[in-house]
Design a protein around this ligand. Structure first.
Ligand code: URA
Length: 282
């Protein structure tokens, strides 16, 4: 009995320290292994299978040089963002982009994540919301914003008459960083071509950047979220299109700082008005 209590307390202690994910019993020295072993997967709830890639495009992907990470260590290098660019621009649809991310092995985050977290909601929607990276719940379900901050995001959308049938939601980074750490600049650069292509394929009329990191990446700025939020900016797509973009306080931040919900409410009303204007203009 005493042992059970001790064990329970030990588990609580681990959770409080942020250890919420069992990967392997033994630490893996990834620099020492030539063929890095994937940690055993903990079975997650099933997610929709990625569609098959058109054979012509599969040939184009195969022509992209194999990742050096496969034969050396798992540390990505500059070459990986070039590979990502080549692969992402070949994707002619969201289904192909998803399939191409399933094949891409140039980002270490993929090897510790349980699932690819691609996108959720209506991909024909006028509004697209982009967060930073999936957390634990999203990693388990393979869907963005399903945890506590996702529940708040759903309530924020509902407050302006939207839900996942009228909005499309995704993240800059499609794999959960281990322990929810901040993605490194190189990981972000490697994932950037994929989110840029995803935005081009969804072609929203209005883009919402959730939180500082997403705003900085989508707007190419180093300004902080408190300066950015509240006014319209432009995301420049590779196609040359400029998309009206509103930086919005991240729901996870609002959960920690509820007094700032009033700022988010103001910005949500701006978004609602802009959407109405753009959709009535056709
Ligand atoms: N935070 C994010 O930025 N994205 C998610 O999907 C969940 C939490």
């Amino acid at each position: 009995m005493a042992d059970t209590i001790n064990l329970r307390e030990l588990l609580h202690f681990y959770v409080d320290c942020g250890v919420d994910d069992a990967l392997t019993d033994e630490a893996v020295d990834r620099f020492a292994v030539a063929e890095p072993a994937k940690p055993p997967r903990i079975e997650a709830q099933p997610v929709a299978a990625a569609p098959a890639i058109d054979p012509q495009r599969a040939a184009a992907y195969a022509a992209v040089p194999a990742s050096p990470a496969r034969v050396q260590a798992t540390v990505p290098d500059e070459g990986q963002s070039e590979r990502a660019r080549l692969m992402a621009r070949e994707a002619a649809s969201l289904a192909e982009l998803r399939a191409c991310l399933e094949q891409f092995d140039g980002c270490n985050l993929k090897f510790t994540a349980k699932n690819l977290v691609f996108g959720d909601g209506n991909d024909a929607a006028d509004i697209m919301l982009v967060g930073e990276a999936p957390g634990r719940d999203e990693d388990i379900e393979g869907r963005p914003f399903v945890g506590k901050s996702g529940q708040l995001l759903d309530r924020m959308l509902a407050a302006i008459g939207l839900d996942r049938s009228s909005a499309y939601i995704t993240n800059v980074i499609p794999w959960r960083p281990p322990g929810n750490r901040t993605p490194t600049p190189i990981e972000t650069e490697i994932c950037r071509p994929f989110i840029e292509r995803q935005i081009e394929l969804v072609k929203p009329k209005v883009l919402v950047a959730l939180g500082g990191p997403s705003s900085k990446i989508l707007l190419g700025t180093s300004e902080g979220i408190m300066r950015l939020r509240g006014s319209w900016r432009e995301h420049k797509a590779a196609s040359g299109d400029a998309i009206a973009t509103m930086p919005l306080l991240h729901p996870a931040y609002l959960l920690r700082n509820p007094a700032h919900k009033k700022l988010a409410w103001r910005d949500l009303l701006e978004i609602k008005a802009r959407l109405k204007l753009l959709t009535s203009a056709g």
